[in-house]
Design a protein around this ligand. Structure first.
Ligand SMILES: *Cc1c(COP(=O)(O)O)cnc(C)c1O
Length: 222
């Protein structure tokens, strides 16, 4: 009941054209089913293994989003079904996704992860690296992927001004990518905002938020 209420409250507070990904990492299948029965279909996981296990036992019309850092050697396990891969931060990974997508005769949508936080530990490409990748001739060979936009995580801070500035900077950069549009570059999705900062992210132009604990409650790990 609580999960359903939380979903409802969040959906009420965001624009109709923004997408809510329910981040179900570490949560049992029963909690995902509870959200599913409330009508929710988009779920996010950060470990490929865990996502595959859940995919196998849960309804097949769920859209699975991979939001975590990718291990290239495991991309093959999710290639048959993954809906959107949020955390792509190298050409090598993109190439592996393309290879696995081709094997399954699929087109896999990907977001490039951009580093916007000041912390050292966060993954992601710089703005320059994103542009280099989008400009590269090699990208044209990847016919089974589509770059659908960007993903970013703000600094872990209580300072809303910093968070807001980081999201604003990413939105501006996202808007500047129009010039790279091509058959496999169609930037329409800006994935930013988590439980603690999705309201700020929405204000700054997020089109997709990834919310876990505000729906399912606090996690013990990860
Ligand atoms: C865990 C996670 C989230 C959700 O975090 P919450 O704070 O629980 O909402 C969003 N994005 C990524 C990349 C995550 O790993």
């Amino acid at each position: 009941m609580l999960i359903k209420q939380n979903l409802h409250n969040i959906l009420q507070s965001i624009p109709k054209n923004a997408t809510l990904i329910a981040v179900s990492k570490t949560q049992p299948a029963s909690s995902i089913l509870e959200a599913y029965q409330a009508g929710h279909r988009a779920f996010g996981e950060n470990k490929i293994q865990e996502m595959v296990e859940k995919f196998e036992i849960l309804p097949k019309d769920i859209e699975w989003h991979m939001i975590g850092h990718l291990q290239r050697n495991k991309v093959k396990y999710m290639a048959p079904f993954v809906h959107l891969i949020h955390g792509v931060d190298s050409f090598k990974t993109l190439k592996e996704i393309n290879k696995q997508a081709l094997k399954h005769n699929r087109l896999i949508n990907c977001l490039l992860e951009v580093k916007i936080a000041s912390e050292e530990t966060k993954f992601g490409l710089s703005f320059e690296e994103v542009e280099e990748l989008l400009k590269s001739e090699e990208l044209k060979n990847l016919k089974n992927i589509n770059i659908s936009g960007l993903m970013g995580m703000a600094s872990f801070t209580e300072n809303n001004g910093i968070i807001s500035t980081e999201f604003k900077t990413l939105r501006t950069f996202f808007d500047s990518l129009e010039k790279y549009k091509s058959f496999n570059v169609n930037p329409t999705i800006l994935s930013m905002g988590m439980s603690g900062d999705y309201k700020i992210a929405i204000e700054e132009g997020s089109t997709m938020i990834r919310v876990g604990s505000a729906i399912f409650g606090t996690r013990n790990y990860n």
